[in-house]
Write a protein that binds this ligand. Sequence first.
Ligand code: DQQ
Length: 508
Amino acid sequence: MTSISRRIFLMQSGMAAAATLLPPSARASNPTDLRARLAHDPLRPQYHLMPAANWMNDPNGPIFYKGRYHMFFQYNPNASVWGNMHWAHSSSPDMIHWKHEPVAIAPTPNGWDRDGVFSGCIVLDGATPTAIYTGVGPTDTPADATLKDGQHTWREVQCLAHSHDADLHTWQKLPNPIIARPPAGLTVTGFRDPCVWREGNEWRMALGSGFAGKGGAILLYRSLDLRQWTYLTPLVEGHSTGQAGTNPIDTGDMWECPDFFPLGDRHVLLISTAGKVLWKSGHYDGKRFTADKEGVVDYGAYYAERSMLDRDGKRVLWGWIPERRPEAEHRAAGWAGVMSLPRVLSLAPNGQLEMVPAPAVEMLRGKSASVRAAEPDAKKKLDALRIHDLAAELHVECAPDRPFTLELMSDGGARFAEVAYDPATTGSELRINNTRAAVTVPKNQALHLRLFVDASVVELFANHTTAITERIYIAPQGTLGISASDMSSLRSLDLWPIQPISKDRLTS
Ligand code: DQQ
C-alpha cells in the first residue's frame, strides 16, 4: 500500500484524521505514545494553526468559501522535515479555530507533480474553486531543469485542479500542465508559486522567478480560461545581489511566493527571498509594476506569505513560521512549522505597508490585567502579573524617545524573552532576543508594542509597521513574570491570557 492509499484507507476506516498525520516511526511503534507526546509538548503552540504532527511550510490558496475559511499548506505526511510536498487542508469559521480536513492534493505517481505539489493559490472560476499550483518532477533533458538548489534538480510546471464539493475535500487535476515551461529565450533561476487574479475579462498570473546573473523577477501571464496562458512580460525585476552561492534563493536571485493585489490606491507586491518576506508598493499599468516604496514584512522567522480577502473584503496575510532549531531536533520532536496569526494589511497615504493582527484574534482573550504608569502602585502591580502556560497577549505603550526594555522571566529567574527599544540605534531600534528590526515612531506618537506569546512562537508588532516573529525553545516551569527597565518610560501595559484553540495541542 502506498503512503497515500494507506492514509485514505485509514480515513475511510474511521480512524481520526489527526492520527493519520503521525510520522511512520511512531505508527510502527506506539502511535498513542507519540500522540500523547505531541499533545503535551510545551513547545507546541496552542492558538496558532499547525498540523497534528509532521512538517508544514507555506500557506497555499487561503480562501473564504461558502461561509468558511479554508487554509491549505505545504505538508509532508511522512516526517517532520521538508520533502514529499502535499497540500494539507484545514477549515475554520473565523480564521482562529481550525479543524483539520483530509489532505487535499497529493502528488500523482508518474504525474507532472510526482515529486511535489508545491505552492499556489485558489481562485473561483465562475463558481468553481480552482487551485493553480506548481508541480515538480524529474527532468527529461538538462534544459528542462528550472529548480537547481544544490540538492535537487527538478522541472517545475504550473498545474490546475478543481473542486466540486462544498467542503473542498476532493480535487480533480487536469492531466497536463497549464504552463509546461518558462518563456522561450529566458534562462530562469526558478519558475513557481503562481498567484492568479481576475482583471477585466481576463485572468492574470504572477509567477516567482529570476534571471541568472540579473536578480529576482516576477513573470506576468494572461489567460481567458485559466488553461491557455500567454506570457506577457516581467511584471517587475530586481537587481543582482552579486552574491555567490549554489541556491538562488539564498542569494536573493530567485523570488518565491509572489502575492500581488490592489490595496488603497496602489498595488502591493510581496515576495519571499533570502529568508525574508519583502513588500513593495507602487503602481501597476496592466503590464508593469513600478514600486516606489519597499520594506520588510517581518524581520524574524516568517516566510512564504500568501494573502486572501476575508468575509468583509479586508486583505488578510498569512505566513509560514519556520523552525529555528537544528533539523535533528525537530525531526525528533515529530513536528515542524507553524502558521502565523492572520494579519490585516492596509496602506498609509505615503505608501507604507501597515499590518495589524486580525481583530478576530481578540476572541481568544481571557480577563485582562492592566498597569497604568500614573498609578502610585504601578511597579507593584507589574510585579504581580503572571503569564500562564506560555499563552498570552501583551499591549505595551511606552515613550518613543528613550531606551526601554521589557523582560519576560520565569519564576526561577531565567530569561525567556527580552524586548528592547532604543531610538538611538537607527535602523534597528527594536529587538527581541537577538532579532532586530527598524521601527520609526511618528512625531507626537508613543511606541505601541503587541506581543503574542504562544509556546515557542512569539509574534511582536510595533506601531502597525514592524513585525518580528521569534522562536524561543524554552519551556519554563511555572509562570512568567514581567519586568520593565524603566517605569518612567512605560505608559501602560495590558495583559490577557489567551485561550487555546484545541483541548490538546493537536487541533480537532
Ligand atoms: N516552498 C514551496 C515552493 C516555494 C517554497 C515548496 C517557499 O513552492 O517556492 O515547499 O518556501
